[in-house]
Design a protein around this ligand. Structure first.
Ligand SMILES: [Zn+2]
Length: 433
């Protein structure tokens, strides 16, 4: 296959990209490929990027219908309680139907790999895990799905949930998740996650430090001569990562409170994250939706300090987080739109930042998910997306349509998706409550 006249990323150079056996074979000047064998796509100078990789979302909760009409409150655990009620009604068919809708949107907008957290707790059991593992197998030709077992209701003192987490790992989930703030003893929650990840040889990806109201300067701990905010969940997560030398990836999703620290403590934390090799996944859109909701003035954004993390050499990507549920009513799977929101929300202001934003939605999350060779270069995987724009700037600012999506060197076309999703999405027996 030949992609003729492709503009690679933020460059102005227009080249021909030759693809064979699911990989990029060569990238040549235009005039080299006057005669092409195999299918040829004339891109006419449109922007070619590695396909998008969404490293953080919640497919099991996608498009919960009751959220669209409710005035959601986040105070006093009201939302958590209602989410728990809603989860009791989940069925495998219902989760499959809603997740399939989100996955189809994702694929059509150029995402060919995605990591989804899936709730695991006594109210929902393993219903979401079953549904997502089925979809993972059935849709492998068009999207690579990684699943994270997510104990949203906590784990400390809940042997039933820990047993479900173990069962989820045994069933084949890829990653151990967690949310330390769901338990009073947040460090114990992190310890349980590490123990599960060690026993099942899994990566770790935790929802951390979404609480921006704490006084993080009140409890400073000295470690190897440097001050750190002891109450920050990520501080303990980094310490445990250093201590255990966990051989799989360790990831901190959200990390909103990094922005609530005094700058010196924040700088110390960035240094520790870099040293521990932790990755960070920012979720700007859902943080803008929820964080600071109770602020009477000067409303906080609650988005982690992306520019400081990038400058400090910490692997940092963005993810969509929630998709049309109460945590983000407007959640969408379109990684271009999320790139634009990230650029705005994180003060990515320069021309160079533009290329960084593109990396944060493509090559960087691919590295976090352990996907090798995710790049437009010879030998790179031919998971690619073409934006209907002649510059990256235009592609991002206009959130342009996707001209072409390739998965493993094959174009993803509507007829193929119609066929696949007709199988994966039988009529649900209920549509939420
Ligand atoms: Zn999340």
């Amino acid at each position: 296959m030949l992609l003729r006249e492709a503009r690679v990323g933020a460059t102005n150079e227009v080249v021909d990209v030759r693809i064979e056996d699911g990989r990029i074979r060569s990238i040549d000047p235009r005039e080299v490929n006057k005669v092409a064998s195999g299918p040829t796509f004339d891109l006419g100078g449109r922007v070619l990027l590695p396909a998008f990789v969404n490293p953080h979302c919640h497919l099991d909760k996608a498009f919960l219908p009751w959220t669209s009409t409710d005035d959601v409150t986040y105070e006093g655990g009201v939302l958590a309680g209602r989410m728990k009620e809603a989860k009791r009604e989940f069925t495998v068919e219902d989760v499959r139907a809603r997740a399939s809708k989100a996955l189809r949107w994702a694929i059509e907008t150029g995402t060919t790999a995605i990591r989804t957290h899936v709730d695991v707790d006594p109210s929902v059991g393993l219903v979401g895990v079953r549904a997502l593992l089925e979809l993972k197998r059935e849709l492998a030709s068009v999207i690579e799905i990684q699943t994270v077992a997510f104990p949203q209701e906590g784990m400390v003192g809940q042997p039933e949930t820990i047993a479900l987490m173990e069962e989820a790992c045994a069933m084949g989930v890829d990653v151990v998740g967690g949310k330390p703030s769901a338990d009073e003893d947040r460090r114990a929650h992190i310890d349980i996650a590490f123990d599960l990840a060690r026993r099942f040889d899994r990566a770790i990806d935790l929802h951390v430090d979404t609480d921006i109201d704490r006084d993080y300067g009140a409890n400073v701990e000295r470690f190897e001569g440097v001050d750190y905010p002891a109450d920050l969940e990520t501080y303990y997560l980094a310490r445990r990562t250093l201590q255990t030398r966990h051989p799989r990836g360790v990831c901190a999703s959200h990390l909103c409170a990094l922005d609530a620290l005094d700058p010196p403590l924040g700088a110390n934390m960035v240094g520790l994250l870099r040293r521990a090799g932790l990755s960070v996944i920012a979720c700007p859109m859902s943080n803008l939706f929820i964080q600071g909701l109770g602020d009477a003035r000067d409303t906080r954004r609650g988005i982690t300090r992306v520019r400081d993390l990038l400058r400090g050499g910490v692997t940092t990507a963005y993810g969509t987080d929630n998709l049309g549920d109460a945590f983000n009513l407007y959640g969408t799977t379109d990684m271009v739109l999320h790139g634009l929101v990230t650029a705005f929300a994180c003060h990515m202001r320069t021309v160079d930042d533009l290329a960084v934003v593109a990396e944060m939605g493509t090559t960087t999350p691919a590295a976090i998910l352990g996907l090798d060779d995710w790049a437009v270069r010879p030998g790179g995987r031919a998971d690619l997306v073409v934006l209907d724009a002649d510059s990256l700037h235009e592609g991002l600012t206009r959130v342009v349509p996707r001209h072409l999506v390739l998965k493993g060197g094959r174009p993803v076309v509507s007829a193929q998706l119609d066929e696949l999703f007709a199988v994966t999405t039988p009529e649900p027996d209920r549509r939420g409550s």
